[in-house]
Design a protein around this ligand. Structure first.
Ligand code: AMP
Length: 179
């Protein structure tokens, strides 16, 4: 991606072999610790958007950090996409495949008005399984999912392409090739 974000790339730490051998974990906690870097990342994501959404949907857990900051910057509300079993009200849930087994994400049934324009936020997109489950969930709730924003894209794993095929405008600040 853009050389303009090389300053942000330098703030993202890579931990090899976490959580298991062969995975290069792209750790954004080091970016969040840097006041200027964190603010610049959110500013650049916000300024790359063509439209202001009605809501930002942050995916548990690191997506809450990116999503909350982006929602504040854009002047939008924040919708929490949580791991199943955590929300107190009536929910709808969507299952998605993990490497071994499945997991479920949930939202409150009344979290968004029908037809609301939603932008999804997470720290990183890899295969896109998590973000695509979020798209299905929000669409079932009647929302229009217009865009997705990530601090990190792993383009070799194809997730951003899968989201674009679903009609989303996808924004990633820093890409790490070869993952
Ligand atoms: P995926 O569903 O394959 O797109 O994976 C995206 C989710 O898994 C995000 O919520 C990330 O936080 C996490 N994730 C996947 N791969 C990595 C990685 N290499 N480094 C850090 N987080 C990752």
């Amino acid at each position: 991606m853009s050389e303009a974000n090389d300053d942000l790339r330098a703030l993202i730490r890579t931990i090899p072999d976490f959580p298991k051998p062969g995975i290069q974990f792209r750790d954004i906690t080091t970016l969040l610790l840097d006041a200027h870097g964190f603010a610049a990342a959110i500013d650049r994501l916000a300024s790359g958007l063509s439209n202001k959404p009605d809501l930002v949907a942050g995916i548990e857990a690191r997506g809450f950090v990116v999503g909350a900051a982006l929602a504040q910057r854009l002047g939008c509300g924040l919708l929490l996409v949580r791991k199943h079993g955590k929300l107190p009200g009536a929910t709808i849930a969507e299952e998605y495949a993990l490497e071994y087994g499945t997991d479920r994400l949930a939202i409150h049934v009344d979290a968004c008005a029908p037809g609301a324009d939603i932008l999804i936020a997470d720290d990183l997109i890899a295969t896109g399984g998590t973000a695509l489950a979020t798209v299905r969930l929000l669409r079932r709730a009647g929302a229009q999912v217009c865009a997705a924003a990530f601090l990190v894209d792993l383009p070799d794993l194809g997730g951003a392409g899968r989201l674009r095929a679903e009609g989303l405008d996808v924004h990633g600040l820093v890409s790490f090739e070869g993952d």
